[in-house]
Write a protein that binds this ligand. Structure first.
Ligand code: GLV
Length: 314
């Protein structure tokens, strides 16, 4: 029996090396050259072509090659894991992913808080123009999404001295973090956040949650950091909010269309800092143990780690 990688956009060499280091006996293949399909028991996927996952009659597990599973849900022919006989869907949950994300967010927050965006613009004009520093205790950071990544970031930012609050679907208590949940508490949460971070999973409920109405509920001139998914942001609304000074700037790592098209207005926008979806990249060596462990569990008929709740879409 074998594993296949179905990820046309990704390089698989480092993944195969990491898995083979743990278990040299593994039979690892890469779609589309992964025949015979009956031998495939686990598929590691990232942006697989829709329909391909129906080709494997003995597939027991579909594993996302990242934390998110929205790329899987984009396939209308994705086998329903709640139906008997269908493969279980799992994702990767990794401390290193959480650490990298926290570092990125710390950098983005400090960049704004220490007004590097302002000084970068002044440098272009060759202007020496020191301004007063901002007050840390007033710089409330609001994190939308308090899953593994959101919780780690909240703690890291809190340790640095920023007041942090968080918002999620259902209540979760995290020491030192003011926690809000549900639609009913969203406006209250937003009214505090001078820096709004989006780390939500992309679902039908959260698509376009970053829109002009949301931005107008933040304190005036708030700053946006989107490391969730491009689909969370109504891109045209961000341009309007920046023009109208509802927001003072934004740091974006994810986009509606990736790679970001060359003629997209975000590239040249003086108030937008952007990076090419690198806030937290999966490290194959770090996640290989949980993949091999799930393969062994699958073979032993045990329940798998990091299962996705398909109804919740994450
Ligand atoms: C990256 O975006 C991931 O989902 O891990």
């Amino acid at each position: 029996m074998a594993i296949t990688f179905i990820c046309p956009e990704n390089d698989t060499i480092s993944w195969i090396t990491a898995l083979k280091t743990l278990d040299p006996t593994l039979d690892i293949r890469v779609w589309p050259g992964d025949e015979p399909k009956e031998e495939i028991e686990m598929a590691l996927t990232w942006k697989h072509p829709p329909g391909t996952l129906t080709e494997y009659p003995n597939l027991g597990c579909i594993c996302s090659m990242g934390a998110g599973i929205d790329h899987l849900l984009a396939d209308p022919l994705l086998p329903d894991p709640d139906l008997p006989g269908n493969p279980t869907i799992v994702r990767l949950v990794d401390q290193r992913l959480a650490d990298n994300m926290s570092e990125y967010l710390l950098l983005a927050v400090l960049y704004h808080f220490r007004q590097f965006d302002f000084y970068q613009a002044k440098k272009e004009e060759r202007l020496w123009e020191p301004i007063l520093p901002l007050e840390k205790k007033e710089m409330v950071i609001g994190i939308m999404g308090l899953g593994q990544l959101g919780e780690a970031a909240a703690k890291r930012l809190g340790e640095t001295g920023f007041p942090v609050c968080g918002w999620r679907n259902s209540h979760k208590k995290i020491d030192g973090i003011q926690s809000f949940h549900g639609k009913g508490e969203l406006d209250n949460f937003l009214s505090r956040a001078r820096i709004l971070i989006c780390l939500l999973p992309l679902t039908r409920k959260t698509r376009h949650i970053l829109n002009l109405d949301t931005f107008s509920k933040l304190p005036g001139g708030a700053y946006l950091i989107n490391v969730g998914r491009g689909g969370h942001l109504k891109e045209i609304d961000l341009l309007t909010a920046l023009d109208q000074k509802v927001l003072s700037g934004a740091c974006l790592d994810v986009f509606q269309s990736e790679p970001l098209p060359g003629d997209h207005p975000f590239w040249q926008h003086p108030k937008i800092m952007l990076t090419p979806h690198i806030s937290s990249q999966t490290n194959p060596m770090s996640v290989a143990p949980q993949i091999v462990s799930n393969l062994n569990r699958l073979r032993a008929g045990e329940s798998l780690l990091n299962r996705v709740d398909i109804k919740k879409e994450y």
